[in-house]
Ligand binder design. Sequence first.
Ligand SMILES: *Cc1c(COP(=O)(O)O)cnc(C)c1O
Length: 427
Amino acid sequence: MDHFSYRNRILHCDDVPVPALAEKYGTPLYVYSKKTLTHHLKQIQTAFLAVNPLVCYSIKTNGNIHIAKLMVDGGAGCDVTSGGELFRALKAGCPGEKIVFAGVGKTDAELRMAFEAGVFLFNVESEGELFAIADVAKSMNRVAKVALRVNPDLPPKTHAKTDTSVKGVKFGLDIDTVLEFAAKVVKNPHVKVVGLHMHLGSPILSADPYRQGIEKGLILIDKLRAQGHQINVWNMGGGFGIHYRKQEALPASAFAEVIVPGIQKSGCQLVLEPGRFIVGNAGLLVSRVIYTKDSGGKHFVIQDAAMNDLVRPTLYDSFHRIWPVAPAADLAAPPSDYEIANPGTRKVDVVGPVCESGDFLAKDRYLPPVQSGDLLATFSAGAYGMSMSSNYNGRPRAAEILVDGGEHHLIRRRETFDDLIRPEVEC
Ligand SMILES: *Cc1c(COP(=O)(O)O)cnc(C)c1O
C-alpha cells in the first residue's frame, strides 16, 4: 500500500497535489511519502515480530538523512556499505550499536571509522578483509564482532547485475570453503565470529530463495558452532521485491513465514537489511515534458528527467510505471496492466535530454497523448533513484520533497550550477 492516488484526475501524494509541488520546487523532482515509508517499516517489524528482529535500513537504497532519520526514529538501525554511508547513518542519529557494515572492499580508514562509531557487526566477505579487521582491531585495542557473509550458491533469482548469491559473483565467502576459512580464526583474540550473513540479491519475488538459504544456513551454523564459534546473530540481508509493474510482490509476512522458523531453530538474533521494500514505492520522480518527436517510425516523449536522475532502466532494464500527473478525462486512471494497449494510448519511448541512446525511462510504453509542459510521474522511484544519481551531462541533481499529510518539506534542495564545479580547483 502507498499514499499516492489520483483524486479528480490529479495525482496526489497524501493530501498534496503533485502539480503544486512541481510548481513550487521545479522538475525533475523526487517526492516521498512519509506515511508510506513508516508503514513499510512497520510491515516488516510486524511480520517478524515473533523474533524481535534488528531491522537495519539499507542506506545505499536512499541515503537522504531525513529518510534515514525517519527509519531510526521508527526503531530501525542502519546497514551501511561504505564510510560515506556510515557518515550518513550517524548524521541521521543512528546509534553505532545498531549499525551493520557490509561491502567487499572496506579500507583500513573505513574500518577505523567503524570501530570509532562502535558498529554492531561487520559483514565479512573475504579472508583478506577478516585479517585486515583483526589488524585494525588490534591496533585500536578492540575486539571485532563479525558475521561471515556466505554465498549460498542458489539458482539465479533476479537480474544478473543484482543477483548476489550465485556462484562466481564477487560477494560473500564460498559456502564450500567457508569452514576452512572459519577454522583459521577460532582463537583470534581480535575477531569473534558471532554470526552468519546472507544477502541473496534483489529484488526477489519469491520466498523460495530464502527458504533454501535458511536450510543451508542452519547446517552451516551447526558446523561453525562445532568449530567453537559462538554464533548468535543471523543476518538475512534485504532483497524483498516490490510492485514495479503490477501487484507482483509478496507481503513481508510471506518472507517471515520461511525465515522465522529457521531463526527460532537457530536460537540467533535476526538482523534484516531491507531497503527497496521500504522506500521503493514510497517515492516518485516527477518530470515535465519538453518536446514530443516522431523519428524512425517511433514516437518519443522527451522530458526533463534522465538517466542521471534514475539510472535503473538504463542499468538493469528495469520497468517503472509512468503516467501523466493530470491525465485527460477519458484516461483518468492509470491502467492495471501497463503492458497492454489501452484505448486512447499509443506506444512511445519516454526519454531524457542526456546524450546517450541508453538514456530512457521507458521503451515501447503505451501512454495517453502528452504535450510539452505536461507533468509525468515515474512510480516506484524511491529506491536506487536519487542514491544512484549523477551530474552527467552537467545536470544538477533533482530536489527531494517529503510529504506528510497535507504538508511538504524540502529535504534536499535542487543543486545549482555552482554546485557542479564547487569541488574543482579554481582556474
Ligand atoms: C543492497 C543491499 C541490501 C538492500 O537490498 P534491498 O533489495 O534494497 O532490500 C541489503 N544488504 C546488502 C548487503 C546489500 O548490499
